[in-house]
Design a protein around this ligand. Structure first.
Ligand SMILES: Cc1ncc(CN)c(N)n1
Length: 221
């Protein structure tokens, strides 16, 4: 069993719940209220800026040029790949850069990104990878699920999101992260594996809380 399979075993009870999250379910069915999606978009844009910095810490921690380049590509794929979908929505929903800049980060969002950055700052390459894994991988799972819902890919508002997170480029990016976890985690101690499981589990909990936050448009006040 690969390390990522063992990590998945720890969190599958949380992952099963993602598809039942009202935000995720209604997005797939095309019934999600637009104001909830708009709230999510602004928060997620702010989230992704911090997520890109976690990959950037991978560049800092890498010990050879090849690995630096792999992490640099992940920064690029976030800022100029995944966030392209967000930019399309910002145009469509009339969200300006100023609005994104002046909006406060919701507490659940702040807690999640602070945690990832803390893990990455103090840890090694594998810790950086464990911190980004649930973010990348769980969206792939949701994208794969939603693309099979009749009409979801063509939905006038949410189709772009479903197409983005089920696209070949997105899936390729996630596979690179999964492969890197298994490559660097091939021969680790039981203690290290337990720590990676803790990071992964915490991030999966934060993912669940992010969906809750978005659905209830909860700033945490
Ligand atoms: C909160 C969150 N988690 C994951 C993803 C997918 N990279 C995202 N855009 N936003």
């Amino acid at each position: 069993m690969k390390l990522t399979d063992r990590l998945y075993e720890e969190v599958k009870y949380i992952w099963n719940g993602y598809l039942e999250q009202p935000f995720v379910k209604e997005l797939g069915e095309g019934t999600l209220r637009e104001d909830r999606f708009r709230f999510y978009m602004v928060q997620d844009y702010r989230y992704l800026l911090q997520y890109a910095k976690v990959f950037a810490l991978g560049v800092v921690k890498a010990e050879d040029e090849g690995l630096m380049r792999r992490f640099a590509c992940m920064v690029h794929d976030t800022l100029d790949g995944e966030m392209d979908v967000h930019k399309i929505y910002m145009n469509r929903l009339g969200i300006t850069e100023e609005e994104v800049a002046k909006t406060k980060t919701a507490l659940a969002n702040q807690s999640y990104t602070s945690y990832m950055l803390e893990v990455a700052f103090k840890g090694d390459i594998l810790d950086v990878l464990a911190a980004v894994l649930s973010c990348a991988w769980s969206y792939q799972m949701i994208g794969e699920h939603h693309k099979n819902i009749p009409g979801a890919m063509e939905h006038p508002l949410y189709g772009e999101w479903v197409r983005g997170y089920s696209s070949e480029e997105y899936v390729r990016g996630v596979e690179e992260i999964i492969d890197a976890v298994n490559e660097f985690g091939a021969d680790i101690s039981a203690k290290k594996e337990a720590y990676l499981k803790e990071i992964f589990l915490n991030c999966c909990r934060y993912e669940r809380d992010f969906w809750e936050m978005a659905y209830h448009m909860n700033m945490g006040d």
